[in-house]
Design a protein around this ligand. Structure first.
Ligand code: GLU
Length: 366
């Protein structure tokens, strides 16, 4: 089998028990299965939750804390315990783990995003196993990535993983909630996550599965949009991840029929950037960008709104609304001038070579 780059996401309930401790049996099972993937020379990244769940007991709480500071303190205790356990258990397989803690800001800030990418790539090149969690202790909003499903999708996207495996205690998606409908059918494969599906799925129990499926569906949708196939389901034993890779997993495989290749730059523009301005284009420019993969040139622009600098991200509107986002090579002031100059050129019938306002490589259609 071709060597693959695989992101495996494991949630708190698959790693810990209700008493606030790491569940040694479950934990060892995952470690062995991850080690098996490595033995087969796949590149592996683990997105591991469980910090709060593994830490609250040592912190002196009887049950999982409900205050933000309680959760964040528990995460600080539990994250070290988790990593300590991973280091110990993986050492038996001569695998060196590395801890990476990320927040939303690390994705929004372009330099931090690139740095995280470079670091993870370097770790993979050096055969280290990155273990990623949200940096719960400093997250400004309450554990922003929640159960880490979305974090795993974003990571899988930006390192261009061949497969995202979301391990959970449910064996995939169903066409109705199996708790309420005993005849609900399991969905083995899907090519898309439709808005209808998302609308009728909630966190607690859903039409298409049970417990926490909505965030898994949202994560799967995000991963698909950046070209990463997803498996959601469960497994047991050292071969469970290999079986999943071979298509024999107990769960749902979500794979698109046609993937768009989207660079990390474009992923950042599409999913994390904040636009500082708006550009309005005519029908000709809209068609050229959307259907003929062209750059956006000053000639197609008729209105500029907001103040932006060269290198900022702007939203681009066609006649019927937003069509995409991209990185501009002009400031708003220079672009206004270029549009003015164009009218002059038209009047005087002279022409200069236009510099693209947004290059194709820095454009994403929305
Ligand atoms: N980042 C959190 C933790 O590690 C995730 C909490 C959860 O699984 O809901 O505890």
């Amino acid at each position: 089998m071709k060597k693959k780059r695989i992101v495996v996401k494991i949630g708190s309930s698959s790693l810990t028990n209700d008493d606030g401790e790491i569940d040694q049996i479950k934990f060892n099972d995952h470690v062995k299965a991850l080690a098996k993937l490595r033995e087969l020379e796949h590149e592996v990244l683990l997105v591991s939750s469980g910090a709060v769940a593994a830490g609250f007991k040592r912190l002196g709480y009887i049950t999982r804390p409900i205050t933000l500071k309680g959760k964040q303190a528990a995460a600080a205790v539990g994250q070290s315990l988790l990593i300590q356990s991973y280091i110990e258990k993986f050492s038996g397989f001569h695998i060196i783990p590395a801890q990476i803690l990320l927040t939303r800001d690390d994705f929004t800030n372009r330099d931090r995003y690139k740095n995280a990418y470079e670091t993870i790539t370097e770790l993979l090149d050096r055969k280290v196993l990155p273990i990623i969690n949200e940096n719960d202790t400093v997250s400004v909003r309450e554990l922003t990535f929640g159960d880490n499903d979305m974090l795993s999708a974003l990571v899988a996207g930006f390192i261009k993983a061949d497969q995202l495996i979301i391990l959970t205690d449910v064996n995939g998606l169903y066409d109705a909630n199996p708790n309420d409908h005993p005849d609900a059918k399991k969905i083995d494969t899907l090519t898309d996550i439709s808005d209808d599906m998302l609308a009728c799925t909630d966190e607690s129990g859903s039409k298409v599965g049970t417990g926490g499926m909505r965030s898994k569906l949202l994560a799967a949708k995000t991963a698909l949009s950046v070209g990463v196939p997803v498996f959601i389901g469960k497994g047991f034993g050292p071969n469970k991840l290999v079986e999943i890779l071979h298509g024999n997993g107990d769960g749902t495989y979500i794979e698109s029929e046609n993937y768009n290749s989207i660079s990390i730059n474009q992923q950042w523009i599409a999913m994390h950037s904040e636009a500082t301005g708006k550009i309005y284009v005519d029908k000709g420019a809209e068609n050229a960008i959307l259907y003929h993969s062209k750059n956006l040139l000053p000639a197609g622009i008729f209105k500029v709104r907001g103040e932006f600098k060269k290198g900022d991200i702007v939203e681009v509107f066609g006649l019927n609304g937003l069509i995409g986002k991209g990185e501009v090579t002009y400031s708003s002031r220079d672009l206004e001038k270029a549009i003015g100059k164009r009218s002059e050129e038209q009047t005087n019938r002279v022409r200069t070579t236009p510099v693209e306002v947004i290059h194709r490589a820095k454009w994403v259609t929305i």
